[in-house]
Design a binder for this molecule. Structure first.
Ligand SMILES: C[S@@+](CC[C@H](N)C(=O)[O-])C[C@H]1O[C@@H](n2cnc3c(N)ncnc32)[C@H](O)[C@@H]1O
Length: 192
């Protein structure tokens, strides 16, 4: 199957945007930082929907930086091109996190990316979008943070799967259904 890019997407294999309507009540008019923002699509859409224009993303992978630059790049100027473990994380009221632990451990020789992130964050709302979170991940988050809300949301990426010739390379899907339900878990980090 070939995948048609979403009109705003620079990362065409993934369409993460279905989640926004389910978490919009946590985003409205807040400053938002997406830690590991890929090509910045979530933030772009959040701004486009008028939810917030105080947006920052952090991404270090060359393939995304290159993709953004090849496609112009100026509409993604809210992206800090760096490794979040090596810089102070920008202050925000809401953080989006969707980091794959195994991806992180390959690049950082360290298994506890969420510990690293949580230690660096100020008091804030944290939206955990981790795909199929493990029991140990959920336990760790609940030990360190206050649970605010768990949201199951439906996503459907099949609508972008069209068979027009000008579309992108076939997307290889391994353990990644194009349609289903995912979780968004909202936490609060506070000092008491
Ligand atoms: C699952 S993607 C989420 C993308 C984005 N939040 C979205 O939904 O469109 C996780 C991203 O985190 C990035 N990432 C992982 N470790 C990172 C690090 N140490 N510094 C910056 N980005 C990192 C990966 O390169 C990847 O693009």
């Amino acid at each position: 199957m070939k995948i048609k890019p979403h009109p705003i997407q620079k990362w065409p294999e993934r369409i993460p945007l279905d989640v926004i309507k389910c978490i919009s009540h946590h985003l409205k008019d807040k400053s938002i930082c997406d830690i590991g923002c890929g090509a910045g699509d979530l933030l772009y859409e959040i701004r486009k929907l008028g939810l917030s224009d105080k947006i920052t993303g952090i991404e270090f992978k060359y393939k995304f930086i290159q993709m953004i630059e090849e496609m112009g790049g100026t509409d993604r100027d809210y992206i800090i091109r760096n490794d979040f473990t090596k810089i102070p994380i920008p202050k925000a009221e809401v953080y989006l996190i969707w980091i794959d632990e195994s991806d992180f451990s390959n690049t950082h020789n360290c298994n506890n990316c969420h510990d690293v992130i949580l230690d660096k964050l100020p008091n804030s709302i944290i939206v955990d979008l981790t795909n199929s979170p493990s029991k140990s991940h959920l336990k760790k988050m609940e030990e360190k943070l206050y649970l605010v809300e768990k949201i199951d949301y439906d996503y459907n990426e099949e609508k972008y799967g069209l068979s027009e010739p000008e579309l992108l390379e076939p997307y290889k899907i391994e353990n990644y259904p194009l349609k289903g339900t995912r979780k968004a878990i909202i936490y609060e980090k506070r000092s008491d």
